[in-house]
Design a protein around this ligand. Structure first.
Ligand code: BES
Ligand code: ZN
Length: 444
């Protein structure tokens, strides 16, 4: 059989970009490959159709009396542009400096395939698994999992489980086992500001009509106070305050001091809500971000024009107990209230997801920490995550189970960016982690 790394490389060669409809065939082929791999490892596996990309569900034979563990991952990836900034082909993986370089290497193919390999090895070497296993690999995580919740609702009994394990989050530093017990939620929107009926000569009409690009800049600036706090009325109403034990614990976590954030981001200075460290700002405080802004002439030289319209894309990261629908309503109200005269403002809602938080010291939480300790031979750290995986809160709502976030993504993995990478050591640790995890969960 091909080596572990060769098998991962096969998986990484599929350009399974879920947002790009031209890649739908590649997304499907990737799912087919995983389905076949699960069978090869001795699992009962099938492809399940959704309104868009298929879900792979694989199981061992479930036996009475064993805990049922659901492992989730996603086989879709983000687009690769700007392609010219990659040092090698994003879909032709290579190992350089001990790291695997490819789109999806960390997010999430390398991480979920480590679990799958761990399962495959246990099946081959031990003749079976110490738990009932259900494996779900979806193809729509990077576009907000639009079809997975309905799939969960339709297959509640088939997917019933005691606990869920996911490796799709961060690891604070190389070799430091990291367990996440929280994720931020998200609410996305786009604003389109329209002014004159067509682009206008800015000499003939400038000064006499409102400029939509100026209006977008004003609206965007209105989202924050100068000190970095979010200025949307009522935005912080439902924010659960950070607990003292968390702040104390996080202060001791390696790799996440303010200086580390400064270094890994390559920013000139840190800037954010006053009174919190960078780790606290990203893990436990809500934010407003501008993900894109545009309008008017962007080409070479200058063109004296008043654009007929301008746009911006915003996303809001949310923490317990904020509700995405409620936040979006507050944002709409804010944008309406701050719309300058002479333009119309259309707010188009995008995808969203609820924040997630669990007790890291639950029975299964302790078992997961035991597995991390065994796989890395070091005491695990407990963190929350700044990123979002909306389906995790859906798992709790629909399946009634908590998720153990066993992240293997380093801060410099460059996920969603050019030159995404995953250390070979993390891949190997992920395989060990899975084997230890299933044993620890069986005894929990
Ligand atoms: N795996 C990431 C989320 C992540 C990465 C969490 C690192 C914590 C640490 C996931 O694939 C992702 O990118 N999620 C999106 C949300 C989605 C709705 C587009 C995100 O967080 O932007
Ligand atoms: Zn991602």
């Amino acid at each position: 059989m091909a080596s572990d790394l060769d098998q991962l490389f096969e998986l990484l060669r599929f350009p399974s970009i879920s947002t790009d409809s031209r890649r739908a065939g590649d997304v499907r082929a990737c799912a087919g490959w995983l389905d076949a791999k699960c069978r090869e490892f001795g699992l009962d596996s099938g492809l399940h159709e959704t309104a868009m990309h298929p879900v792979v569900v694989a199981r061992n034979e479930h036996r009475e009396g064993l805990p049922t563990v659901l492992i989730y991952g996603h086989y879709d990836v983000q687009p690769v542009d700007p392609l010219e900034l990659w040092d090698s082909d994003p879909f032709e993986p290579v190992v350089r400096d001990g790291r695997i370089w490819a789109r999806g290497a960390t997010d999430n193919k390398g991480q979920h395939f480590a679990h799958l390999l761990g399962v495959g090895k246990a099946m081959a070497e031990d003749g079976g698994l110490p738990v009932n296993l259900t494996l779900i690999l979806e193809g729509e995580e990077e576009i907000g999992s639009p079809n997975l919740r309905p799939f969960l609702e339709q297959n509640r009994d088939f997917l019933a489980c005691d606990v869920i394990a996911v490796s799709d989050t961060g690891m604070v530093a190389p070799g430091v086992p990291t367990m996440g017990y929280g994720l931020r939620g998200i609410a996305c929107c786009e604003v389109v500001v329209r002014g004159p009926a067509r682009d206008l000569h800015s000499g003939l009409f400038g000064g006499a009509v409102a400029n939509p690009a100026t209006a977008v800049a004003r609206l965007t600036a209105s989202l924050h106070e100068p000190d970095g706090r979010v200025a949307v009325e009522g935005f912080y109403d439902d924010v659960r305050p950070l607990e003292a034990w968390e702040r104390e614990m996080w202060a001791k976590v390696p790799g996440v001091a303010d200086g580390d954030f400064l270094e890994v981001t390559g920013s000139l200075a840190l800037f954010g809500e006053p009174g919190y460290t960078a780790a606290e700002q990203t893990w436990a405080r809500p934010t407003a971000e501008v993900n894109g802004i545009g309008g008017g002439y962007q080409g070479e030289g200058s063109k004296t024009v008043i654009p007929a319209q301008a746009m911006a894309k915003y996303s809001f990261r949310l923490v317990p107990d904020q509700d995405p629908a409620d936040i979006m309503q507050k944002v709409r109200r804010h944008l309406e209230r701050h719309a300058p005269p002479g333009v119309t403002v259309e707010v188009i809602g995008g995808h969203d997801g609820r924040p997630y938080i669990a007790d890291p010291h639950s029975r299964f939480g302790k078992a997961a920490q035991g597995a991390l300790r065994k796989a890395f031979d070091r005491e695990p750290v407990l963190i929350r995550e700044g990123g979002s995986i909306p389906i995790i809160e859906d798992f709790r709502e629909v399946l009634g189970a908590d998720t153990l976030l066993l992240g293997l993504a380093l801060a410099d993995a460059q996920i969603h960016s050019p030159n995404e990478n995953f250390p070979v050591a993390n891949f190997e640790a992920g395989i060990r982690l899975n084997r230890a995890l299933l044993r620890e969960l069986a005894g929990a």
